[in-house]
Structures are given as C-alpha cells and as structure tokens.
Design a protein around this ligand. Structure first.
Ligand code: SAH
Ligand code: SF4
Length: 348
C-alpha cells in the first residue's frame, strides 16, 4: 500500500468486515448489508449504499478505498464462453472465464496474479508470480462476469491464474463470501478449489466446515514426469499426495477430482496411464481427462481424439470414475493464463 493510501475494503473477509464495522460502533446486521452492497450488487462507491446511514457511508469512505476491477478486454467465443481481462485497483491484470452450460453459469476466477509454481505447460506459470489477490478481488471477478452475462453464477471454480493454496486465507475468505446469503449465494458444493498438489492446503480444506469441492491437478502419476512438468510441487511427492487425498475422502466423505491434462507423448503413454490407474484406483477418486490447450512458447501439444478416448477407456475399464472435459473457448485462448500473457509487453 503506498504511503497515505487507504486500506482496500476488498482485502477484508466476512470477519474482517464485521470487525471494521464493530470498530465504528455498528450493530452486527450492518455486515450483511455491507456484504450485499459489495458482493451482491457490486456498487462502485460507499455513497451508493443507500440503506446505510450517511455518517457510516462517510466513515467507511474516509477509512477504506473501494475500486471495482475494470474490464480491460472481453472476448466472446463462438461456443458462448467469454474470457475477461480485469485491471485491478493497482493496475495489475488478471483473468476470468465465464462458461455457460444450459441455464447455469460457471465462472473460473483467479486467486493470484501470476503463479510461482512454474508448470511448463501453463501460460501463467511461465510468467512468474506477481501478487496474491484479496478476497474481494476474487468475489468481484465472479459477480462482474455474471453481471455481464445478465445472470447469476451457479458455480465458481478457482481455476484461473494462481495456486489457491499459496493464498489460502484469502481464497477461503472469498469462497465464504461467495457462499454468503448476503452475497452471490453460491452453494458450497458448487464452489471448487483446484490445487497443483499443495498438501498442507488439502489437509486444511478437509477441516473446514463447508462442503467446498476439491480438484487436484495431477497431470502425471510418474514422479519423474511430474517433477519435470510441475517443478513447483516437487516437495510434495506423489505417495504423500495420494495419502493426503485418501485422508481427505475419509474425513469429508467427498470425492476429489484429479485433473489430467493430456500432453502428447508426455503423459499419454501406456506407462503413464498404468501409473495413473495405480494412483486413482481403490479410493473415492474421479479423473477428469482434459486434452491440453497448447500455449504459445511452451512445450506440449494436444494429443489426437483417439488417444484421449483411449486413456479415458483404460481408466473406465480399471473401474475408475472418469470424465472427459470438452474443450470450451479454444478460439479465444481460454486456457489458463493465455490472455494476460498476450498483454505482457515482453511476451511479444
Ligand atoms: N494452480 C491451480 C489452479 C489454477 S490452474 C492448479 O494448478 O490446479 C487451473 C487448471 O488449468 C489446472 O488443472 C491446470 O493444470 C490447468 N492448465 C494449465 N495450463 C493448461 C493447459 N495449457 N492446458 C490444459 N490445462 C491447463
Ligand atoms: Fe500455477 Fe496452476 Fe499454472 Fe501450475 S497449472 S503454474 S500451479 S496456475
């Protein structure tokens, strides 16, 4: 925060908002009103919060800044998917994707600007880490995308830029605000966190009271391959990851998804598929096979449809619950990180 700048209201989670209002001598119900103005109606200033006393509106405006993300670019895919590039209060750029399915809308939001994990196939990973997002910056992505679609979001997934468990508290704060009756009110099971395999985060999530959904980006069950394509998670080896996931299912009774983006010649070979079967078999897993989205300047190509189908069939034949994610938004570069990468001057 620059000298003299006010703290950002978006950096507060629901408890933080309660404390801020308590410090101003306000009754507890004001927190619900404030959450509604910030994250259900997403107004762009305290003065618009018409059911708050005007002295409170002024007091908030003197103490906090409130700057909604601004759309720097919106791209519409022919399949209905829309990709958003947001400019945050400090000028940092992050992206979100809106994916309509029937009358439902899933919003994929970012939890960090950039990412420190360095996965080789991921445009975000290539660009390095910029900063953590605040809870409000995450909730606003979801609310503003839904507003642009003229509807409400039925689902939100932390699968945009960033590793959510490297920004655990803010991400949980955002999920709780999204889940809040005063906010966007998205059901906990319709809120998904995707991690590259940060085990302490998986363990912590299993102790939270809400039934949030967990996805884990596996991408290889062969340690040497995973170390190569996902260097940032080397310190959490596959055997410990599997144990953490088994513990998670036992503790929560919920089924995590294993994301498996197929990269031609890298993780679609018979040896890789056998290792994946070994990893996923015998516990409550679900494997989501995804043909990889090629990223400009990064190694890795999408395998052919026959190869994708063969992997899915091998998993199903081994008794593993499997789905194949259909590609959405390929014509607007809707893979993780692609739009922001295009906007970085150095990326050419
Ligand atoms: N950091 C978290 C969440 C953000 S990435 C994670 O890694 O899970 C969201 C998903 O997009 C992850 O499953 C990630 O592995 C995947 N992904 C990244 N780049 C991709 C690409 N080029 N093609 C397909 N999936 C990709
Ligand atoms: Fe980060 Fe996820 Fe991309 Fe890996 S795949 S670099 S963890 S955003």
């Amino acid at each position: 925060m620059p000298d003299g700048a006010l703290p950002d209201i978006a950096s507060l989670d629901a408890d933080g908002l309660s404390r801020a209002l308590g410090d101003l001598g306000q009754p507890a119900f004001r927190q619900r009103q404030l959450i509604a103005w910030l994250y259900a109606r997403a107004v762009d200033g305290f003065e618009s919060m018409s059911d708050l006393p005007s002295a409170l509106r002024s007091a908030l405006a003197e103490r906090y800044s409130l700057v909604l993300p601004e759309p720097a670019e919106v791209r519409h895919s022919s399949d209905g998917t829309r990709k958003y590039l947001w400019k945050l209060a400090d000028g940092v750029l992050v992206e979100s994707v809106g994916i309509p399915v029937g009358d439902r809308l899933t919003v994929c939001f970012s939890t960090q600007a950039g990412c420190a994990m360095g996965c080789t196939f991921c445009a975000t990973g290539k660009g390095g880490f910029v900063r953590n997002l605040t809870p409000g910056e995450m909730v606003w992505q979801v609310v503003l995308v839904a507003r642009e679609f003229g509807t409400r979001a039925s689902n939100a997934v932390a699968m945009g830029q960033g590793e959510p468990f490297n920004n655990y508290d803010a991400t949980l704060g955002a999920l709780r605000l999204m889940n809040s009756k005063s906010g966007p009110e998205i059901g906990a099971r319709h809120l998904t966190v995707s991690t590259c395999g940060v085990i302490p985060g998986i363990q912590r999530l299993s102790t939270e009271p809400e039934q949030f959904t967990l996805a884990v980006s596996l991408h290889s069950a062969v340690q040497a391959t995973r170390d190569r394509i996902m260097p940032g998670v080397r310190r959490w080896p596959l055997d410990e990851l599997q144990q953490a996931l088994v513990d998670y299912t036992q503790r929560t009774g919920r089924r995590p998804t294993l994301e498996f983006a197929l990269i031609a010649g890298v993780n679609d070979t018979p040896g890789e598929v056998a290792a994946l079967v070994d990893f996923a078999r015998g516990w409550m897993s679900h494997v989501n096979v995804i043909p990889m989205n090629p990223v400009v300047g990064a190694p890795g190509q999408r395998p052919g449809d026959a190869s994708v189908a063969a992997v899915a069939e091998a998993l199903s034949a081994a008794g593993i619950e499997t789905s194949v994610r259909t590609e959405r938004g390929a014509d607007i570069e809707a893979a993780c990180g692609q739009l922001t990468q295009r906007h970085r001057p150095s990326a050419g």
